[in-house]
Design a protein around this ligand. Structure first.
Ligand code: SGN
Ligand code: CA
Length: 523
């Protein structure tokens, strides 16, 4: 194996110093992987969406301006724990065992962190771990309990005796504090790989005290598809439970709270009662007048739905503002320590998110907004500033990429492919022409039916399947086809139209091949 271990630690700094343009880049760069939870590409200004123009993200944009922006990055199963398992193993969900939110990773699978550790890296993970196994292959960890809390969250670390201990402060800032702590304490003779896994901007979108009023006077635009009536779709879009208008809870999600009534046991009360008295006062000062105005206006119909949308988007974007600040802190630290040039910084999210598209929040569906994720990388030694790519990439590719950067051979069984050949912005001739997706978390919250599918540069074929197991759900076996070039909003299901017969047959053959090659056991 061509590992970092083969190179003497003593001569490494000299090797780096001698590297100049035109030569092979040095192996063993440091790796900082920042993954937020539910961050949509629509809310990163580098991607240019109208929402983000009103709430810019200068620090994340800086990574894109100085590195590469992936325009077609996707997940394999749009949900937290499956996505984290893909990251760690480079395997599809049915291969690594983590198909559903609460159903289990096969922890005998190799995690890339173990391989990096073996190759001489110092490894750390901070923030949301969320998988049903202990962190594996890490010298340092400081992880949140389950989904974690925004305010005064509990963390477990190597020296906390297996206990989760509450810390005062806001999750995004605390996660960065501990990330910097790892960087400070590390063995400076070794390269490092640090995973910074934020809790924000996960539901229920609780902003940091200084941003509680941010964007209050802005009216954010609703997406074109907000009133999608699903008329051309299978039943899955009709039976989901993730709409801004009906699913969002006034109290827990939209912070229409009444401290006297919100007992510890209700969901919002539980979050509010975790706060210190200063934090509570900041919340009361910020939200009481706006909530009173809401009561006075007695909104109904579309106006009420718009109020919900505005409150949802504003709280979400306020959480993003803190994330952007924290990304800035990490960049600043690396620069101050002289580490910025030999560190690859990756910014992504565990999946995308609906910002009202199709009337929704949450994720899970194979439609673009949740299937697609932001992905940005900065590594001046290999990536020219301002590079963009539209190559189809997926979260199973991260582990192989990190291994390849570290000069470690990718294990045979890993399904993903290193993204290194894309760093120059040009797609290699033999780059993949399609992606496989599979969502399994049903029956479950938000009631999204199981489906798998394939996406090419231009088309998307989705197959919804399975027994109906919630409320009045019926059994499903139904297909959808979208032409992403003519219908980027995926409103017009073309499946079954005679003029698409050949295209459907081609896509079906591609999908069948994935199922067969990957030994998919249900669809
Ligand atoms: C929680 C959320 C859901 C969300 C899942 C999965 N409800 O159950 O809205 O879909 O997490 O999210 S909440 O009331 O607890 O906020 S994931 O990002 O972890 O996959
Ligand atoms: Ca998530």
């Amino acid at each position: 194996m061509n590992t970092f271990r083969n190179i003497s630690f003593v001569i490494l700094p000299v090797a780096f110093a001698n590297y100049s343009c035109g030569q092979q880049p040095p192996k063993a760069p440091n790796i900082i992987y920042i993954m937020t939870d539910d961050h949509s590409y629509q809310t990163i200004s580098a991607y240019g969406h109208p929402l983000s123009k009103l709430a810019p993200t200068p620090n994340i944009d800086r990574l894109a301006n100085e590195g590469i922006l992936f325009r077609k990055a996707f997940v394999e199963n749009s949900l937290s724990t499956p996505s984290r398992a893909c990251l760690m193993t480079g395997l599809y969900s049915h291969q690594n065992g983590q198909r559903q939110l609460g159903k289990g990773i096969d922890s005998t699978k190799t995690f890339f962190s173990e391989l990096l550790q073996e190759a001489g890296y110092q490894t750390g993970v901070v923030g949301k771990w969320h998988m049903q196994c202990e962190p594996k292959g890490f010298d340092y960890y400081h992880i949140l309990w389950d989904q974690g809390h925004y305010y005064n969250p509990e963390f477990k670390s190597k020296n906390s005796g297996g206990k989760y201990i509450r810390e005062e402060g806001y999750a995004s800032a605390l996660i960065t504090d501990h990330s910097i702590e790892f960087l400070e304490q590390r063995d400076k003779n070794k390269p490092f790989c640090l995973l910074i896994h934020h809790k924000a901007p996960h539901r229920n979108w609780m902003p940091e005290p200084q941003y509680l009023n941010l964007y209050e006077d802005i009216e954010f635009p609703k997406p074109e598809t907000f009133n999608d009536d699903y008329s051309t779709r299978c039943s899955a879009a009709h039976t989901q439970d993730m709409t801004v208008s009906r699913t969002l809870q006034l109290n827990y999600d939209l912070k229409f709270f009444e401290p006297q009534k919100d007992k510890k046991k209700n969901k919002w009360g539980h979050e509010f009662n975790r706060m210190t008295s200063d934090q509570k006062s900041a919340w009361l000062d910020a939200y009481t007048p706006v909530n009173q105005d809401f009561v006075d206006r007695k909104l109904e119909g579309d106006e009420l739905v718009n109020w919900k949308f505005q409150r949802y988007i504003k709280d979400y974007l306020r959480c993003i503002k803190s994330i952007d600040d924290q990304v800035g802190r990490v960049i600043e630290y690396l620069e101050k320590e002289g580490l910025a040039d030999n560190t690859i910084i990756v910014y992504t999210s565990d999946q995308g998110f609906y910002m009202g598209e199709h009337g929704w929040f949450d994720k899970r569906f194979m439609y673009e907004e949740s299937f697609r994720t932001p992905l940005i990388m900065r590594y001046p030694k290999m990536i020219k500033a301002g590079t963009e790519t539209d190559a189809l990439v997926q979260n199973i590719d991260y582990a192989p990429t990190f291994l390849s950067l570290a000069g470690v051979q990718k294990p045979e069984e890993m399904s993903g492919t290193s993204l290194e050949p894309i760093f120059k912005g040009k797609k290699p001739e033999n780059w993949r022409k399609s992606l496989y997706y599979h969502y399994y978390d049903y029956p479950a919250v938000h009631n999204v039916r199981r489906h798998d599918g394939v996406r090419t540069e231009r088309y998307k074929l989705i197959h919804f399947y399975g027994e109906g197991k919630m409320k009045d759900d019926k059994d499903v076996d139904c297909n959808e086809l979208y032409d992403l070039q003519n219908d980027p909003n995926e409103l017009n299901n073309l499946y079954g139209k005679p003029e698409y017969e050949e295209i459907i047959a081609d896509l079906q053959a591609t999908l069948n091949k994935y199922r067969e090659d990957l030994k998919v056991d249900e669809y």
